[in-house]
Design a protein around this ligand. Sequence first.
Ligand code: COA
Length: 704
Amino acid sequence: MKNSAIDAIMHPESLAVVGASTTPGKIGYTVLENLVKQGYTGKIYPINPSADEILGLKCYHSILEVPGTVDAAVMTIPAKLVPQAVEECGKKGVKGLIIITSGFSEVGKRELEEQIVDIAHQYNMRILGPNIVGVLSNSDKMNASFAPYLPLPGKATLVSQSGALLIAIDASTYTRGVGFDKLISIGNMSDLDFADMIAWLNDDPNTSCVTLYVEGFKNGRRFMDVCRASSKPIIALKSGVSAHGAAAAASHTGSLAGAAKVYGAAFEQAGVVQASDLDNLFDRTLALSLQPPMKGDNLLIITNGGGVGVLATDAAERYDLPLKFAPAEVQAELKKHMPEFGSAKNPVDLTGMAGNEWYHDAIKFAYAHNWVDGLVVLYCETAVTDPLEIAKSIKSALDESGTKGKPVTVSFVGGERSEKAMSWLVDHGIPAYGAPDTAVNAMAALREFARMKEMVNESVAACGEEGRAEALKVIEHARAEGRDSLTEIEAKQVFSAYGLPVTRTKLATSEDEAVAIAREIGFPVVMKIVSPDILHKSDAGGVKVNIKDEAAVREAYRAILTNARNYKSDANIHGIAIQEMAPWGTEVILGSVNDQTFGPTMMFGLGGIFVEVLKDVTFRVAPVATSQALRMLAEIRGAPILAGIRGEEPRDRKVLAETICAYSNMILDLADEIAESDANPVLVYAEGKGVKVVDARIILKPRP
Ligand code: COA
């Protein structure tokens, strides 16, 4: 039923315009005019209680008077009239509604919006909108919107949460030369949302790439599931970096998690390519809609100019596709298509003497070679060559190579003749750009898509029931005492229940007990205040390290208590934790937040006291698969520290990645309990020697 409703919206055979206006310039007039004049071949029924004819079409006073069936209805009447109109559409048997009208949840009228969704669902109808521009489809020649014209035809489909931006993009498809089959405005997403449209577009033969402009999701996890299941490339531009959670956050992780970072992580895990800005969205859409994914890392650049070659080389490194020299046999063959002073390494510099033939022969050979996973062809306009002829040579070389399924992008740097040649290339399915950097960035998008697709379906190990029962016991105890945070000892018990390696820690409530525990654990020890009212223990003078004997234990015990009382005189002090002093290791931080869109989300970064200043952290939505955990370790700026610097042994990244996975399982399993948490620092030892959680913090979710 669901899909047939979206089918009805996207390919209606009959369409009513409820609120078709008699007045040119009004939205209800423009929508009707667009349908009538821009080639829509289905039946159009204008609905207006006080008109008999509009734009030469018979006008019905109510949708219930229309003689035949009506697949979908576009609504352009004021918000307060929409509920009744939805009801009438339901009675008429309409399947899908395109509600252009504004004035619903976006202005706080949530109830009115819920009312129209309830009515629609009673009749098995689905709603696109409200608060949208409409739907534009080249393959159906349907402009069911108040945007002025259908976009430049192409193979991508845009789904946009902003209506104004959709109209602007519509116009710029022509100036940019990037075509779309459909533009879909989804506005308030009262019913149909990104996930519904992506799932539907996966089966749409006229869409090869789904382009998203995203402001926010209601259900982030469903979006991720649908994207993972999609076989088509999806590219997203996300706007709006909210400061949500940052100000009030009680943990380090909470203050470091910005919406943008969590969205970025979710896109990566769902296999969604990201765009950095609007230009980048177009550039990458062009490549993703025309070219296959790049399945390996070997990028070959062929150029007639050293300068653009170097620019492209820099870009390749910037976009995570660093160039390697081509193998000797590839170089030897390419040498045949250039003068003595050319270079066959990579970039392959055919030199300014290169004409059609050298381009053709070098490309034909390189494209077919197994070593090459992707090809970027650069050309600087010269007086002795015709850009269009070069473009044609590129195309024929690719066709004659007998190879398929490998991506190519092109950049021509020059004037009007180059522009024309690039349009010709795009018309023939080869993405072409005015700057070498852009051609490489577009190739990087094709590589990112392939790389993410390889990883998205990796399964994640589940965690055992035992850990959960043990952890819940600790949590219940704290809740019974009316607390919303666990003490360090309790937090470590929870971590330990899920297999995280924590330092041995016991609570002492007297000096004598402290001495006995220290003896049992073995010197040196660390002593820390345990109080639910003191979260930042060091700030309160509540931590003493490297305590070597009994006298020092007694002295530290007294000092910590005095400091804690001075810091917060009414603090509830449980006692002092005596803890094994773990040997020095590289300090990292692991943490979690319960993101409002994506739920439990993991953070990893280099730890220590500078973490909040350097913000060198990265996120993943839980559960985190091992490959993703390893990527987290590799993508922070401080990654070389984990790899081992200045003769130090590499750190135990394998165990650290496993710890991230176990932690992520814990926060997912305890999603109803844990609001935020962190393990900071976690000490990471040399390879084979593991990691140790030295300090732990868990903030509980309030019970509803
Ligand atoms: N059924 C059908 N037609 C009806 C109707 C009903 N129950 N009640 C009224 N109409 C007719 C009106 O008579 C009018 O036709 P007319 O111009 O020939 O008299 C037409 O529907 C439109 O109604 P009107 O009251 O004139 O509304 P409007 O055109 O001023 O505004 C909207 C209607 C939907 C355009 C406006 O409410 C709105 O939401 N605008 C913002 C839309 C937008 O920007 N959306 C995208 C955001 S990105």
